[in-house]
Design a binder for this molecule. Structure first.
Ligand SMILES: Nc1ncnc2c1ncn2[C@@H]1O[C@H](COP(=O)(O)OP(=O)(O)O)[C@@H](O)[C@H]1O
Length: 214
């Protein structure tokens, strides 16, 4: 099962990716988490990516396509994978298609911008695993700590309101056109596209996704 999660930053992709990964046993590939790991490790890629990401911009297609191709060639992806945050541009989607990697499901998360700004201000993440929480909507069991490891949760550098607004503008300009792209792919029988109301509770969204994927 090869799945693409499509939606604005903060729409709930990472939260549901965690759920789908556990429920269906397929690995989550989050390009954002991969880049943040590279930044933390101080690799040349990380140094390049940090500057771009802190400004709310997208890392170049070449770099991301290379990262994803390498990742999906690993053994644990043989039975399928869940792409979270990729593709983010039409050239990235084309690159997947040219590489002969089909997508079985495209799950679109619809959430209005103002709701996203609210969500991002409460987002807390566990850097080691990519697990996401929200102060109000999805709080950890112990304040400020990851449920599994008990380690500190952090605020992402790009979750500041002005950066979130910039990221939303970039989303509408560069990523939202993928909705029509995948609708056309679905009409041609190459994939299945589902639009999910992402303003529902975490549990409601999970239930809807389970119905779609089962
Ligand atoms: N259905 C939901 N209702 C309320 N808050 C949510 C919901 N889904 C996710 N969140 C919270 O919104 C923020 C953004 O979610 P996240 O999964 O990180 O989005 P994305 O991966 O799309 O950027 C997080 O703080 C998360 O806990």
């Amino acid at each position: 099962m090869r799945i693409v999660l499509l939606g604005a930053p903060g729409a709930g992709k990472g939260t549901q990716a965690q759920f789908i990964m556990e429920k269906f046993g397929i690995p989550q590939i989050s390009t954002g988490d991969m880049l943040r790991a590279a930044i933390k490790a101080g690799t040349p890629l990380g140094l390049k990516a940090k500057e771009v990401m802190d400004q709310g911009q997208l890392v170049s297609d070449d770099i991301i396509i290379g990262l994803v191709k390498e990742r999906i060639s690993q053994d644990d992806c043989a039975k399928g994978f869940l792409l979270d945050g990729f593709p983010r541009t039409i050239p990235q989607a084309d690159a997947m298609k040219e590489a002969g990697v089909p997508v079985d499901y495209v799950l679109e998360f619809a959430v209005p911008d103002e709701e996203i700004v609210k969500r991002m201000s409460g987002r807390r993440v566990h850097p080691g695993s990519g697990r996401v929480y929200h102060l109000v909507y999805n709080p950890p069991k112990v304040e400020g700590k990851d449920d599994v490891t008990g380690e500190e949760l952090v605020i992402r550098a790009d979750d500041e309101e002005s950066t979130v607004r910039k990221r939303l503008a970039v989303y509408h300009e560069q990523t939202a056109p993928l909705i029509d792209y995948y609708k056309q792919e679905a009409a041609a029988g190459h994939t299945r596209h589902y639009k999910v109301d992402g303003t529902q509770s975490v549990e409601q969204v999970s239930r809807e996704l389970t119905d779609i994927l089962s």
